[in-house]
Structures are given as C-alpha cells and as structure tokens.
Design a protein around this ligand. Structure first.
Ligand code: NAD
Length: 372
C-alpha cells in the first residue's frame, strides 16, 4: 500500500472551512485504501503574515517541494489590505507557484446536470459539459521583458509588454495537453493567433512537431484564439482539452468557468516538470475561488471546488483514477438529491452549510463504494 505525503495549506477566510471538508475525504480513503495519506499543515497568506511577518516562510516552501502534492485553500482578505506589497497574502501563493515551477495550469469546466440551470447559457449547451482548459502559467506576456511605461516627453507615454515563448516552454505544455487528452476523449485543441503573432507561429509549429513525434494517436486541431472564444460559448461540448498560452488561457478559462454556473464549483491543478529521478511531478491543487471574506466564518461556503481539487490530486499526482471518479460521482449524487450551498441554491432545493455538504458527499462516497 503506497503512502503519499500531502501538505495542506488552508490559508485565510473560507480556506480553513473548506479544507476541513477535504480532511473528511482524506480520512475516508485512509480508512478504506487502496493508498494512505500522511498530511502536514502549514500557514500561507494573511495568517502567515500575522505569525511570521511574511506571506510564506522558507520552511513552508521547502515542505511544499518535498510533498507529493500541495492542497491549497485560499488566501487574502481586507484585514491585510494595508500590508507592504511584497508580503501581501497573495505573494505567498505566487512564490509557491514560482519556486515549484508550476508551468501547467489545468482547469476543468464540468457542468453537473443538476446545476445546468445555474449557467447563463441554455441548458442543452452546457448540460453534461466536461472539458479542460490547459493554460501555460510561467511564461508569455505576463513575464516577458521589456515590460515598461516610458514618458515620450511630448505629453505621450508608451507602454510595452513583451510576449516571449521559447521552444521548450511550448513543448512541455503541449506534452501535458496530449497526455491529458489521451486519458480523456483523445482530442487536443491548440489555440493561438498565428495570423498576427510570431509567438502564435512558433506555438503552432512546435505543437505540430510534438504531435508528429510523440502523440500521433491523439486528434489535434488548431483554432485561432478569438474564434475559439466564440466557439466556447456557442457549442463548448465540441472540445475535450484546450491548450493555450498564459494570456489566452487566462481569458478562455474564465469564460469556460462561467459555463458551469458558480465559482464555488471550480477546482484547479498546477503541475511542474516530471523529475527525471523520482518520476514524480510537483503539483499544487486549489479551488479557483478566493477567500470570500463576505461569507467567511459563517459555515456557508461551498466546499465542492476544494473537494474536487483533491479529486484532481488523486487523478494527476497519484493515478488513483477510480477514487477520483468516486469523489466526482459523489458530488453529482449529493447535488442530484437537491442539496445546495447558498451560492448554488435554486427553487425546490435544500440549502445546507459547508460541513453538511461535506458530510453528504462523504456519505455518498460510502454508498457508492459499497455497491462497487
Ligand atoms: P472570491 O472568490 O473570494 O469571492 C467572490 C464571490 O464569490 C464572493 O461573493 C464570495 O462569497 C463568493 N464565493 C467564492 N468562493 C465561494 C465558495 N466556495 N462558496 C460560496 N461562495 C463563494 O473573490 P474576491 O471577493 O475577489 O476576493 C476575496 C479575497 O480573496 C481577496 O483578498 C483576493 O485577493 C483573494 N483571492 C485569493 C485567491 C487565491 O487564494 N487563489 C484567488 C482569488 C482571490
């Protein structure tokens, strides 16, 4: 029986509340197997600033590097609005992403049948949707140099951002995309703007090379990113995995997020390179939402994004695919019974708190596991 080391980072606001529900899921698997999880906890964000004067300590970064997976809640809140920029709560998360070289951001957009009415799109467009947006996270225009605003001296200023990608950066994100697609419906869509951008030309060329060399059996299509945005809201079910650069990925993943209804439902994974020696890859799993200060402490937060983030850890870090499916099916079952946290409530449903939703999901896991 394998044992995996988790570093749990609850963070601020609703972070600790939703992490408490993940701990119930971890306890379920420790009881049932097949693998065991050893968990350690660390402070990151405002709570770490209060304790240590920084958003994350070197010790926590070292623990995150040593862990098999980092499970992250959320950080920030008005209490820390006035702290210096470099120690603001979000700086802790950004340092973890950077120091762990987490270049691949995976955001699934899954629309549970019970929630199809919560989307701003028509039911038939989103019901049963299950796609993944893969965003390059450590390169591109957000990091490229020069990045400047220059005073031209004639009452005008000039702002410059630089979009830069090297071959290796495109190769490694493309590889993650093809590997993901192989485990799903075997189709990868690459989005760029090669009609107007040199980075788009190189992106297109390198994705084709990786396909030709290593993943000929996966269906590859190329769509210009603007047309891709349109297709995402027109008929999103045509896609399986979409891979794009940092900027397009930022926008397209937010569009995809809205297809599913609520922020409280969206998990994510950020992956690093596979270590040649250990064959393991560094990874951080977190809900897309923030610390929701407006509802923190009320026991009203939706724990589904956090629990589904743990399911992603089972899938991508530990290859426990059946166990990941068990969590996803349990979430769908709890929703199908009409249980809703306040953010996803609708007429005729039963509103429950964070802990009740967590308990209901674990109860569904027990039921589903006993009939399997
Ligand atoms: P937010 O995601 O915290 O909240 C936006 C809205 O969605 C709020 O009304 C909130 O109540 C609701 N919401 C979010 N998650 C929910 C959940 N699980 N269940 C029910 N409702 C939920 O975004 P914000 O208000 O812009 O930011 C609040 C704080 O969180 C800020 O300090 C921000 O910097 C921080 N933040 C952190 C992260 C992170 O830790 N990765 C991400 C985004 C924002």
């Amino acid at each position: 029986m394998a044992t995996h080391r988790l570093l749990l980072i609850p963070g601020d606001g609703i972070g600790p509340e939703v992490m408490a529900e993940v701990k119930k899921v971890v306890a379920f698997f420790n009881e049932r197997g097949p693998d065991r999880f050893e968990s350690e906890e660390a402070l990151v964000g405002g709570c770490c600033y209060d304790a240590h004067g920084v958003a994350v300590t070197d010790e926590t970064v070292a623990k995150a590097k040593a862990a098999d997976a980092v499970i992250f809640g959320s950080v920030g809140g008005p209490k820390w609005d006035g702290v210096p920029f470099d120690v603001r709560p979000e700086a802790g998360l950004l340092r973890l992403r950077k120091d762990l070289s987490l270049f691949a951001n995976i955001r699934p957009a899954v629309c549970y049948p019970a929630l199809a009415e919560s989307s701003s799109l028509k039911r038939e467009v989103v019901e049963g949707l299950d796609i993944v947006i893969l965003r390059e996270l450590t390169g591109g225009v957000y990091f490229g140099e020069p990045k400047t605003i220059t005073d031209l001296g004639n009452g005008q200023k000039r702002a410059v951002d630089t979009q830069v990608y090297d071959t290796y950066e495109i190769e490694r994100i493309a590889r993650v995309g093809f590997e993901l697609a192989k485990k799903r419906r075997n189709k990868l869509t690459s989005m760029e703007k090669r009609n107007v951008m040199k980075t788009g030309v190189l992106w297109h060329e390198v994705v084709n090379q990786v396909h030709e060399r290593e993943f000929k059996d996966v269906k590859l299509e190329h769509v210009l990113a603007d047309a891709g945005g349109m297709q995402l809201v027109r008929w999103p079910k045509q896609f399986d995995v979409i891979v794009c650069d940092n900027l397009f990925g930022d926008m397209l993943s937010d569009i995809a997020a809205m297809l599913t209804g609520s922020l409280g439902m969206l998990p994510s994974a950020s992956l690093g390179e596979v270590d040649a020696k250990s064959k393991k890859r560094r990874a951080l799993y977190e809900p897309v939402h923030g610390s929701a200060p407006d509802i923190a402490g009320k026991g009203a937060a939706n724990p589904i994004a956090m629990i589904a983030s743990f399911a992603m850890a089972l899938r991508y870090s530990f290859a426990l695919l059946d166990e990941a499916d068990l969590i996803d099916q349990a979430i769908a079952a709890a929703l199908a019974k009409g249980l809703r946290t306040a953010d996803i409530k609708s007429e005729g449903t039963t509103v429950v708190g964070t802990a009740q939703m967590g308990d209901a999901i674990v109860a569904e896991m027990r039921t589903l596991a006993s009939v399997q």
